[in-house]
Every structure is written in structure tokens, then in C-alpha cells.
Design a protein around this ligand. Structure first.
Ligand code: FEO
Length: 406
């Protein structure tokens, strides 16, 4: 895609990655984009680079506007390789450019590249760089989502360049939210936002709230938010800020996701009566089989619902490996504000359900106890127990959900 002017003399010069389906282990069925921005002010300023596979794409986009050797400033908002790994090529073309970066960002770049010949300017929150008509205000956002992370606010353009925050993994010819909604749908964009938040930003809800409050306190006028992935928010940027606040505050739908795996279908057979119990209590329910679903999709579906039931057969007195993997992954994301329970079949000693609750305890999620175990295969009597288990879990989920209603 060619460079696009998003504000006067501010251009998107990034790359669309139509084919990536595995983004460091995270499934990206829609592909992604690596967004970076060039400001052709008195001092030509590049904000972020792109993944190194696409170096030539961004260099060509820059060259369509200016000779890259004229770049005076390179701002690195975030050093993860999908945004910084073209830096060597950029600096080879503009060796005298100053790199504006946080202290932790510089330390990270030093570990990845030979930076000895590069000129760095270490910035802190509140520092302002005048590049001509525009002033750039830097805002550190440590641990959103790396220690080095920061954002750049272009004051006179009312533009917040937000690095990973507010992004989505979408490859599209649409550069803006309203264009994407026009050619795809609002629902697809919403799903991509949730997917991104659940898999990348879920651990940082409290930090997100603090940072958004800080931005509001600074009274910055924002009429466009340009993240480093996906579409740029220009229609109503306040919406995406509010959506992030809602997610950080634990917003979820009153629904239940059942996430499970099975060996000889016994755990699977428990699900139908459990679902019927949930449905008869008036709560929606979705079922995810782990061996048939990418991990990042299971995480997204977990995050959408207020309640989750985890089903696992016992294997060698432990959780079934795919379920253990899911719970380990989930624990790393530090989920909050969800109620969770476990069920499963066993042959003799059992152990999976007990281990699942130990994991829930580590995560400090609201546990629904006791869990439900069935020996070998559910009998008619067991099916009734499953139905009651589902029904009771749905009741508790409704009660728990009330806490989050305004
Ligand atoms: Fe898109 Fe944290 O990198």
C-alpha cells in the first residue's frame, strides 16, 4: 500500500502483512499491519519503523515523499521487533538522525543492534520536541505493554500515535476505522479489538486505567488515534478510549464459555446437559474444544464471557495437556472479574478437576465450587448432575455479573 496522508504533512508509511497467520505464537487469521508515520515538517521525522521483512516497503513509501537521507529525527515508541527491526536500514539511509526513545528503549535497542554510531536522545514524559509547525509531546507508558513503551502526541494535529495500544491485527486496504466498517463491518472491528486486548493487554488493565486518566488530566485534545497495528481511529477516537476503559474495568457479556478437551468423549458427553442447564437458566453459552481451536481464539472467547467452565479428563492424575496449556496461558494474562468452574471425567484416581481449581486459585478468579467429576462415562444419573451443575453455575454467573452493572 502506498503512503497516505492522515493529517496535513503527516503520512502513514507502513506495510500490510496479508499473509501472517502466526504472530509469535498468536494466531492472526486476518493478518496484520505494521504502521509507522512520517512527518514532513521542517525537521523530517519518522515515528517507528516496521518489521524487518517489510523494510523495503516502508523505505519505498518514505522515498515517495522525501529522500530518506533527509530524516532528522526517528522516534521509537516501542522496541518490539515488529516495530523496531528496520531501524538498521533506516539509520543506514539517515545516519545523522537523532533517535528519540525512552531509557529502557535504548537499553533494549543496545541488546539487539550495534548502536555505537547512533545518536540517542533519551526522553521522559512531558518532554516536547519542536520539529517546525508541529510539537511532539512524549508520554511514557511503561509496561503497556513493554517497559520501553511510550506514545507520541502531535499537538497541533490533535493526533495520538499510540504504538501497540488501541491496535488490531487486521490486514486491510482500509486505513481508517470508518473505511473498514464500510468495507467489512463494525462487528468484525469490535471482535479484532477484543482479540487484541485479550491476548496482549489483558494483564495491564489497571495500568490502562491509570494511563487513560493521566491523558485525560493532561487535557489533550485528541481527534485521531493512530496505533502501530490495524486501522487508525478517526471517526470517534473517544469510543476506543472508552472501550479500553470498559475492558480494563472488567466488562463482559452475561454469557458462559465452556472450554474443554476430551479423550474418549466422556468429558465431551458432559457438555450437552451442562449447556441445557445453562440455557434453561436463560444464559447464553458457547463451547470451545481446545484441540480444534487456536489458543488465542480460546483466550478471546474466555474474555468475552462473564463465566467460564473448564472441562478436562484426567490423564495420569493430572489435567489433560491441552487444558493445562490453556490454563497456564490464561494465568500469564492475569485475568480478572470472571467466575470459573471445572468438570471432567476420570477412570480411577481422578485429579484433573482438583488441579484446575488449584490453577483458578493462583489466578484469584471467582471459583464456583465444588467442581463436577464423572467416573468413566456419564450415566443417566450423571447427566442430571451435569444439568444441575450447569444450571447452578449459570445462576451464580448471573449473581456475579450484577456487580459489574452500573
Ligand atoms: Fe506490536 Fe509490542 O509489538
Amino acid at each position: 500500500m502506498k503512503a497516505i496522508e492522515i493529517k496535513p504533512n503527516i503520512y502513514w508509511v507502513g506495510a500490510v502483512d496479508w499473509t501472517v497467520r502466526d504472530f509469535h505464537g498468536y494466531v492472526t487469521p486476518r493478518g496484520t499491519t505494521y504502521n509507522n508515520y512520517l512527518i514532513t515538517d521542517e525537521q523530517i521525522t519518522l515515528i517507528d519503523t516496521v518489521k524487518q521483512d517489510f523494510s523495503q516497503v516502508t523505505i519505498d513509501n518514505i522515498r515517495s515523499l522525501v529522500d530518506p537521507s533527509r530524516i532528522v529525527n526517528v522516534v521509537i515508541n516501542h522496541i518490539e521487533p515488529d516495530h523496531s527491526s528496520s531501524i538498521e536500514k533506516i539509520m543506514a539511509l539517515a545516519p545523522d538522525a537523532n533517535i528519540y526513545i525512552t531509557d529502557k528503549g535504548k537499553k533494549g535497542l543496545d541488546r539487539h543492534f550495534n548502536t555505537s554510531k547512533w545518536e540517542f536522545k533519551i526522553i521522559k514524559t512531558g518532554d516536547i520536541l519542536n520539529i517546525g509547525k508541529y510539537n511532539l509531546l512524549f508520554l511514557e507508558t511503561p509496561m503497556l505493554h513493554w517497559p520501553d513503551s511510550m506514545m507520541t502526541y502531535v499537538k497541533e494535529a490533535k493526533l495520538l500515535i499510540s504504538q501497540d495500544a488501541f491496535g488490531q491485527h487486521i490486514a486491510t486496504s482500509a486505513r481508517f476505522d470508518d473505511e473498514f466498517i464500510e468495507c467489512a463491518s463494525r462487528a468484525e472491528l469490535k471482535d479484532a479489538v477484543i482479540d487484541y486486548y485479550a491476548n496482549i493487554l489483558m494483564p495491564f488493565g489497571q495500568l490502562i486505567k491509570t494511563k487513560i486518566a493521566e491523558i485525560k488530566k493532561l487535557d489533550l485534545e485528541i481527534d485521531m488515534i493512530a496505533p502501530d497495528h490495524g486501522v487508525i481511529w478517526r471517526k470517534n477516537p473517544g469510543d476506543i478510549l472508552q472501550r479500553y476503559l470498559d475492558m480494563a474495568n472488567g466488562k463482559a457479556s452475561l454469557s458462559i464459555t465452556v472450554i474443554y478437551d476430551t479423550m474418549w468423549h466422556s468429558t465431551e458427553l458432559m457438555i450437552l446437559p451442562i449447556m441445557q442447564g445453562i440455557k434453561d437458566e436463560g444464559v447464553g453459552c458457547k463451547v470451545i474444544k481446545l484441540r480444534a481451536t487456536p489458543m488465542s481464539v480460546a483466550i478471546k472467547e474466555f474474555w468475552k464471557s462473564r463465566g467460564c467452565l473448564v472441562g478436562s479428563p484426567t490423564l495420569n492424575n493430572l489435567l489433560f495437556p491441552t487444558v493445562a496449556e490453556f490454563l497456564t496461558h490464561l494465568r500469564g494474562l492475569r485475568p480478572k472479574n470472571r467466575i470459573i468452574g471445572a468438570f471432567g471425567s476420570y477412570g480411577w484416581g481422578g485429579g484433573a478437576v482438583k488441579e484446575a481449581y488449584e490453577e483458578f486459585k493462583k489466578m484469584k478468579l471467582e471459583p464456583f465450587e465444588p467442581g463436577l467429576q464423572v467416573m468413566y462415562k456419564p450415566s443417566l444419573e450423571d447427566e442430571t448432575r451435569c444439568y444441575e451443575f450447569g444450571r447452578e453455575f449459570a445462576k451464580k454467573t448471573k449473581d456475579y455479573h450484577v456487580k459489574f452493572l452500573e
